[in-house]
Design a protein around this ligand. Structure first.
Ligand SMILES: [Fe+2]
Length: 286
């Protein structure tokens, strides 16, 4: 008797468990239990939460605070302020690279060979920052460069100047056989100093603040690198402007960190003090 009642009770429990399981999987297949729909964000990557940091505070959409490998929140909305700032920073870095290369050509033509090398080192840093920004955009699931591509700079100073908006590199009319036009390199240095100070004090400072508010660690890192390097380059340009004639001999070498874009006049210690990459990551620009 006991055995029969026990058997019936077990059968009832089994039936209830089966019914509950069927009901659970039915509801789950309707999307009721996942919290985020598969494929809603291509940035969700492996989907493994490696930290407890919440997703972007600036109105980021879904994601449940799932950070991707490099620190970019998977929930970062494609139209978040940080994504918009990354796109702007990418465009600006490409334009700056073109401008510095144009300035380097002018400096070479005017005999300021070491200043030309400094401009080329700065252009290298701009290219590294552009790559950093587009990498961060790709990590967020935004098409590389927000749909932009790192097109080859246009050839010719005129084209470069048009894009970079720098009238200083436009050909100047000659003032006759005896009147040599004044060198344009000091003015180009001043232009770079003003722009770099603005980048350091305002543009990247604001981008950095927003990225911190949106808890976007990957973007914070990229903006921090670019801001620091902008300030340090302003100091180097200022040093050259103090006595441009002392920068004519040639032979100076600048070292550019290929990870963070820091520009140094020599190698110190064993690693970059900004991004802590090994010194082997520095590229010599001569
Ligand atoms: Fe570095």
């Amino acid at each position: 008797m006991i055995g029969r009642r026990g058997f019936l009770a077990s059968l009832a429990v089994l039936f209830a468990a089966t019914l509950a399981a069927v009901l659970y999987f039915f509801l789950r297949s309707r999307g009721g239990g996942a919290g985020r729909s598969a494929g809603a964000s291509p940035a969700s990557g492996g989907g493994l939460a490696v930290g407890s940091e919440p997703s972007g505070a600036g109105g980021a959409s879904a994601g449940g605070g799932l950070p991707v490998g490099n620190g970019a929140p998977a929930g970062r909305a494609p139209d978040s302020r940080t994504v918009s700032n990354l796109m702007a920073a990418y465009d600006r870095s490409l334009a700056l690279e073109v401008k510095r290369l144009a300035f380097a050509a002018v400096a070479d033509a005017e005999g300021f060979r070491d200043i030309a090398t400094l401009f080329r080192a700065a252009a290298r840093a701009d290219a590294i920052h552009a790559a950093l920004f587009t990498e961060r955009l790709a990590a967020a699931g935004t098409p590389s460069g927000g749909g932009r591509t790192a097109a080859a700079p246009p050839s010719g100073l005129g084209a470069a100047a048009r894009i970079a908006g720098c009238p200083e590199v436009q050909p100047q009319p000659t003032g006759g056989a005896d009147a040599a036009p004044p060198p344009r390199t000091p003015g180009n240095l001043r232009s770079c100093i003003e722009e770099n100070i603005r980048l350091h004090d305002t543009v990247y400072a604001d981008f950095l603040k927003t990225a911190r508010e949106e808890r976007d660690k990957a973007a914070v890192e990229a903006f921090n690198y670019a801001r620091t390097v902008a300030g340090e380059l302003a100091s180097l340009f200022s040093k050259a402007l103090e006595n441009p004639d002392a920068w004519k001999a040639g032979g100076r070498t600048f070292y550019v960190c290929s990870v963070c874009g820091r520009v140094q006049t020599g190698l110190k210690g064993t690693q970059c003090t900004l991004c802590f990459a090994d010194n082997s990551k520095f590229v010599a620009v001569r």
